[in-house]
Design a protein around this ligand. Sequence first.
Ligand code: THU
Length: 384
Amino acid sequence: MIRAFLFDMDGVLADTEDISVTIGIEYFRSIGINASYADFQPNLGAGERVFFDRTASALSAERYSYDDASAYFRRRYPEIIERADVSLPGAAETVKMARSAGIMCAIASSAPGWKVHDNIKAIGLDDQDFDFIATGEDIKRNKPEKDIYELCLIKLGIDGDEAVVFEDSAAGIMSGKRAGCRVVAMMTTIDGEKAADAGADAVISDLSALPRFSSAAEADALIFSISSEKAGVAYGANMIIPGKRLLSDPLIIERMKRAAAKARDNAYAPYSSFKVGAAVLSAATGRIYSGCNVENSSYGATICAERNAITTAITAEGVIGIDIIAVCSDDDPPAPPCALCLQVLAEFARPDTLVVLFSVSGKEMHYAFSQLLPNPFVFPTMRQ
Ligand code: THU
């Protein structure tokens, strides 16, 4: 049974990497060296010493001194973090949800203690929200060694298989695995494939993608189900861990058709009189969200049923993956999503996402999403 969640800090609970790298760049500039983000990238997640020492040696920085760099960082970080919004989606909510479900929470960060405490405040939590806080000062050997996670296990009095580690770096994933924990990787700073290569049991986009749970038993079932996957599945550019389906496909499709038809009843279409209802199935939670078209006297401001269903789903769950889409209209053949809606759906759908088009008169057609939109536009930095 899961008894504890062990969180890395930077890149898992707080998005502080940009701040750290910005200060790193500032420091090297102060000793006459132009560094870039890419120079720091390989040295993230293994503590401040590695962050500065390895970057300095790769840049052949002769005037570099770790003590100076560390003092510079110590001075600048609190100034910047005070003004920055660094909370990652779902961070504080997941900690609170876990604790109210009776699951202990700890932090295992390679960063120095002062920085960890600053970060906890910056994400709207405080030290009392955690059962134990391990920092880089508590251990000699940093990640990827198992020491920091082992320390958490000892302090919490549990075994590795009773803990889930949330990590975003290859070094951190290895550290958690070596301590015998299950590791869920966040795609905040690492891509799914690299995380799986480093040994992650599951990959999710960020903590907001973790389905909700209200008891330790539910969390256990959830973590077990996502851990049995090698990694997340790509829905658009998002990696999502599909939950286990509790109903058979025909039963789910029936429910979705009912939801889409019911939503269609509420359509606001005084101009076209063309009423549409849509439903989408969230891959992670199995929940169904519906929407209807809402027209406007300025015709172009009209919102289609499909996009309303999606925005409702995102509002409820955050990033989603869509396994099935159902669209209800009074047309023959039944109306497909318009091109605009297809592009919006592509953000959260897979090529094999099932699209069920049906009409009130009973006509029904099934497509794979890729048949309707074979080549969606994907933003360059999101391409996998
Ligand atoms: N409509 C949808 O809601 N979904 C589609 O995929 C096609 C079109 C709506 C928009 C407008 O209110 C009406 O149908 C006629 O275009």
